[in-house]
Design a protein around this ligand. Structure first.
Ligand code: PLP
Length: 371
C-alpha cells in the first residue's frame, strides 16, 4: 500500500534523544533552547517559543496578542478543527469567512466583509502547506489595527514573496505564527508545537504563559498554563529540522511529477502554485469536479484497489457539525466555496519517502480511472 504519510526518524534524532535520556535532564533544559534558536532561524523570525502541541501554540499565541472573551477572531470553516477550538478556548467568538476557490485559503474580500468593531485578530490557515495571500492580509490587518495569528501547522517552510510563513504582521497589531509538530506534519516531534514572532513583547508573554504564568521561581504574573515542550521532543525537533529542507524539496519534486502526469484530465483540478508563493505540500490535494468520469467515493475505492491510500481533508466544513452549528460563539458568513471544497477535495500521497515509481503508479492509476 502506498500510504498518505510515513514517518521515518533519522539516526541523528536517535543520537540526540539518547543523549537527553542519559543526561537525566528531561525538561526545561538546553535542547528546547537550541530547538527554539534553530526554528527562529528557519522561520526567519527573531523569536520562537516551543510548546507541547500545535493547538496550545494557537491558544497561547491568541492570548499573547490580546484575544479574550468578547473579542472576535476571523478564520475559515475549511480547516482542521484545532483552529476553531483554539479560538473558542480563549473565550472569543469565531467568525468563519469563505475560502478562495482556487487555493482553499481565506478569501480576502470575504475576510474584509467579516470585520466588525469587535474583531481583534485574523487567523489565516496555510492549508495543505500552501500559504494564504499574506501580503494582502498584512495590509488589511494594518489598516484595521488587527492582530495576525497565522495557523502554519501544515506549512513549515512555505513562503510568500520570499518571506517565511509565521513571520507576517507589522505595524500596530501584534503577530505570531503557529506550527504543529504532530506525528504526520512536515516536521515532527511526535506531539509538539512552536510559536514564532518578531515582537519581543509577544515572545515574553508566551514564555510566561506556557510556564504557569511564572516570571521567576514562584513569582506569578498571570494565570498561565503548562504548555512546555520536553527535552526529548526538542531533541527530535533539532535533528529533524536539520533534514527538513531536503524533505521539502522531495515533496515538491513528487508534486511536480504528479502535476505533469495528471495534467489535462477532464474534471480533475490540480493544486495551485501562484507566482511568489511556495507550496510545501503537506498534502497534494486535487479537486474532483462534477465533470469528472467518477465521483470522489468511487475514485477513492478504485485507488485503494490499486494499493493507493487517499484522504479527504476535510469532509465537512466545521459549521456542519452540530456542536459548532449550535455554538453561540461560532458565527458563519456565507461560505459556498468551503462547502463545495469539502465535497470535491481529495489528497493523494506526496510524502518524501515515495519512490518515482510510486508516483508513476499513482499517475497511471488516476489516469486509468478518470481519463
Ligand atoms: C495539526 C493542525 C493543528 C493542531 O496541531 P496539533 O499539534 O495536532 O495540536 C492546527 N491547525 C491545523 C490546520 C492543523 O493541521
Amino acid at each position: 500500500m502506498i500510504r498518505l504519510s510515513e514517518v521515518h526518524l533519522s539516526p541523528e534524532a536517535e543520537t540526540l534523544v539518547l543523549g537527553v535520556l542519559r543526561s537525566g535532564r528531561l525538561a526545561q533544559g538546553p535542547m528546547v533552547q537550541l530547538f527554539e534558536k534553530d526554528f527562529a532561524a528557519f522561520a526567519g523570525t527573531t523569536h520562537a517559543v516551543a510548546v507541547n502541541n500545535g493547538t496550545t501554540a494557537l491558544v497561547a499565541a491568541l492570548e499573547a496578542v490580546g484575544v479574550g472573551p468578547g473579542d472576535e477572531v476571523i478564520t475559515t470553516p475549511f480547516t482542521f478543527v484545532a483552529t476553531l477550538n483554539a479560538i473558542l478556548e480563549r473565550g472569543a467568538r469565531a467568525r468563519l469567512a469563505d475560502i478562495r476557490h482556487d487555493d482553499y485559503t481565506i478569501d480576502v474580500a470575504a475576510l474584509e466583509a467579516a470585520i466588525t468593531p469587535a474583531t481583534r485578530a485574523i487567523v489565516p490557515v496555510h492549508l495543505y502547506g500552501y500559504p494564504a495571500d499574506m501580503t494582502t492580509v498584512e495590509k488589511l490587518a494594518e489598516r484595521h489595527d488587527l492582530a495576525i495569528v497565522e495557523d502554519a501547522a501544515q506549512a513549515h517552510g512555505a513562503t510568500v514573496e520570499g518571506r517565511g510563513v509565521g513571520s507576517f504582521g507589522t505595524g500596530a497589531g501584534a503577530a505570531a505564527g503557529c506550527f504543529s509538530l504532530y506525528a504526520t506534519k512536515n516536521l515532527t516531534t511526535g506531539e509538539g508545537g512552536v510559536v514564532t514572532t518578531d515582537d519581543p513583547a509577544v515572545d515574553d508573554r508566551l514564555r510566561v504563559l506556557r510556564n504557569q504564568g511564572m516570571r521567576a521561581r514562584y513569582v506569578y504574573e498571570v494565570a498561565g498554563h503548562n504548555y512546555r515542550m520536553t527535552e526529548l521532543q526538542a531533541a527530535v525537533g533539532v535533528a529533524e529540522l536539520g533534514l527538513l529542507a531536503g524533505r521539502t524539496e522531495r515533496r515538491r519534486a513528487n508534486a511536480a511529477r504528479l502535476n505533469e502526469g495528471l495534467a489535462g484530465i477532464e474534471g480533475l483540478g490540480l493544486p495551485p502554485e501562484a507566482a511568489g508563493r511556495r507550496h510545501v505540500y503537506h498534502q497534494y490535494t486535487v479537486r474532483i469536479g462534477l465533470e469528472a468520469r467518477l465521483g470522489r467515493d468511487t475514485l477513492i475505492e478504485g485507488l485503494s484497489g490499486h494499493g493507493i491510500e487517499s484522504g479527504v481533508y476535510y469532509p465537512r466544513p466545521l459549521h456542519a457539525y452540530d456542536c459548532y452549528r449550535s455554538h453561540s460563539r461560532v458565527l458563519v458568513e456565507s461560505v459556498p466555496e468551503a462547502e463545495r471544497a469539502s465535497r470535491e477535495v481529495l489528497s493523494l500521497p506526496v510524502h518524501p519517502w515515495l519512490a518515482d515509481a510510486d508516483v508513476d503508479h499513482i499517475v497511471t492509476t488516476v489516469r486509468a480511472l478518470l481519463a
